[in-house]
Write a protein that binds this ligand. Structure first.
Ligand SMILES: Cc1cc2nc3c(=O)[nH]c(=O)nc-3n(C[C@H](O)[C@H](O)[C@H](O)COP(=O)(O)O)c2cc1C
Length: 198
């Protein structure tokens, strides 16, 4: 597993203050080979998500997934907008992230279920990128259709999708997507820090 900043990342990303390279090495490629992934490969990614922190350790995240060449693949694939389908067709696994809106210990609404699910997604994404796999988050899908077609209970919020797969060279993408296939930068810290009050 690489501990150093990858060359493809170093060209595009510079941290202002030192951080672990694993954070900058994670990005969201779209080019994938179309190969399938074994449960062994996939479940290590879900295992990483499992260890994320959450309010009251409630672990509200649930992952509804379908692997390529399995009966439910098409159901999840059909949830995506055409733009996302155009590249996610080469994924190995499609995931819909949902989070439980209430606590099991008292039945009361939780305020941070999506925040917690976001932490789990980030753990999964870091594990995936450290193993050289693509993990690409998605909001471009029909969450109402997802709830219906995947039988998501009312007590769960549909948060986002994740596309997982084996990386391919960017040349496998359309010309338009090739131009977007690089690690993006970020706002400066000064824009996101508010010392004391907003
Ligand atoms: C919750 C979420 C939703 C996203 N939705 C989409 C999407 O629908 N389509 C897409 O191509 N990329 C999507 N992205 C990818 C973001 O555009 C990408 O993460 C962002 O530009 C930062 O780039 P990086 O992940 O390469 O660092 C999404 C990412 C997240 C975390």
């Amino acid at each position: 597993m690489p501990e150093k900043l990858l060359a493809e990342v170093a060209q595009h990303r510079k941290s202002t203050y030192p951080v672990h390279p694993i954070l900058l090495n994670r990005w969201s490629p779209r080019s994938m080979t179309g190969e399938s992934m074994s449960d062994e490969e996939l479940f290590s990614l879900f295992e990483a998500a499992r260890w994320a922190p959450s309010s009251y350790n409630a672990q509200p995240w649930r992952f509804v997934y379908a692997k390529r060449n399995t009966p439910h693949w098409q159901t999840i694939f059909d949830l995506m907008i055409p733009f996302n389908q155009s590249w996610a067709k080469n994924a190995a696994c499609l995931v819909v992230v949902v989070s439980k809106k209430t606590f099991e210990h008292n039945g009361k609404p939780g305020r941070t279920h999506s925040y917690d699910a976001g932490a789990a997604w980030m753990s999964l994404a870091i594990e995936a990128s450290s193993r050289g796999y693509v993990a690409h988050g998605l909001e471009g899908f029909d969450e109402v259709k997802a709830r219906k077609d995947l039988h998501v209970p009312d007590d769960y919020h549909v948060d986002a999708m994740i596309v997982l797969g084996k990386r391919a060279p960017k040349e496998e993408l359309s010309q338009e997507l090739q131009e977007r296939e690089f690690p993006s930068s970020r706002r400066p810290l000064s824009e996101i820090l508010k010392e004391g009050c907003f």
